[in-house]
Design a protein around this ligand. Structure first.
Ligand code: ZN
Length: 327
């Protein structure tokens, strides 16, 4: 039977209404003896629910089934933002996924990042960090591979993405040194992320796919005997979202009326929707065209949009085995 212990930590999160306020980040350590140490995290952005709900399910399930190694579960890594249902930390507007910047620590968000960097990352060999589109975006369920320089662990990422079992895998070239995956990479931690759902809502079906994907990753890493039974899925298609041509942004204010759906295949220049301004009926409708051919992987979930907002991400489906060619 695995040994269970709480490894919660507390950070100061002062506000105008509460000078010495504390926020506690819950952490469960499940120790099943020799083997790798792995962290499963969600809620780095507080309004991204699928991973948070899935890891809360594992909080109950995993102590009874973990075969070897150690798992740290963090269902709400940014607990303050999760409690508020916001992407950023309410007390300092910090983005936890940009806060791994080292000393000096300024405010709550960087305190959480510093605690994760000091207390968690040195104790693990691998982590899976689950995100979603949050309030403003919706994603096709996708694992996420981000590259940070010449990382010797990257060769293991396609197998981990397959083990997650989602039909898409998104690729980014990591340009943010302050992100959690970047910090993990600097400390030699194998790391996979995911983008699952979004749009200020969630569903049990998405939560269970996420939970089963996390169990699949633990099996791939050798902590469970086998992945749970589920539909046999083909190797995920790979979508390179790093080039600027993969993202369509609004260039003015308007109400976004998409004419495409998530998962739809489009050609370059295809009409994908309009930006309209109902309160200014004399203003011309702005027709929007897909910046390139591919699969619609991400769509804005809030109709009212502003200059610079991401409206859509689209990229061709490549074989996962072509990942090395993107490096
Ligand atoms: Zn996120």
């Amino acid at each position: 039977m695995a040994k269970i212990s709480r490894e919660d930590f507390t950070c100061v999160a002062a506000t105008n209404a509460s000078a010495y306020r504390h926020v506690t980040v819950p952490v469960l350590k499940i120790d099943a003896g020799p083997g790798p140490a792995v962290a499963l995290l969600a809620g780095v952005h507080g309004d991204e629910w699928e991973g948070q709900a899935a890891i809360l399910q594992l909080w109950q399930l995993l102590p009874g089934i973990l075969q070897r190694g150690t798992v740290y579960l963090l269902p709400a890594a940014n607990a303050e933002a999760s409690l508020a249902g916001t992407r950023l930390s309410p007390s300092d507007d910090g983005n936890l996924n940009r806060a791994f910047l080292g000393a000096p620590v300024r405010g709550y968000t960087e305190s959480v990042a510093a605690a994760l960097q000091a207390r968690l990352l040195p104790r693990i060999q691998a982590m899976v960090d689950v995100h979603s589109g949050g309030a403003s975006l919706r994603y096709l369920p996708s694992s996420v591979i981000t590259r940070y320089g010449d990382d010797a662990l990257d060769a293991r990422l396609p197998a981990l993405a397959r083990a997650f079992g989602l039909p898409q895998c998104v690729f980014f070239r990591g340009t943010e040194s302050g992100s959690l995956p970047a910090a993990a990479s600097r400390l030699g931690v194998l790391r996979l992320s995911a983008e699952i759902g979004g749009g200020r809502e969630t569903s049990l079906a998405l939560v269970q796919r996420c939970r089963d994907g996390l169990l699949g990753c633990l099996a791939e890493l050798g902590l469970l005997p086998a992945a749970p039974p589920r539909q046999a899925s083909a190797s995920p298609s790979l979508h390179d979202l790093h080039p600027s041509v993969a993202t369509l942004r609004a260039r003015e204010r308007g109400v976004f009326v998409p004419a495409v759906e998530l998962g739809q295949t489009v050609i370059a220049g295809q009409h994908i929707g309009q930006l309209i301004e109902p309160a200014r009926p004399d203003q011309p409708v702005r027709d929007l065209a897909s910046p390139q051919a591919g699969t619609v992987v991400c769509l804005r979930a809030i109709a009212r949009s502003d200059d610079g907002d991401c409206l859509l991400q689209v990229a061709p489906a490549l074989p996962l085995d072509s990942l090395a060619s993107l490096y």
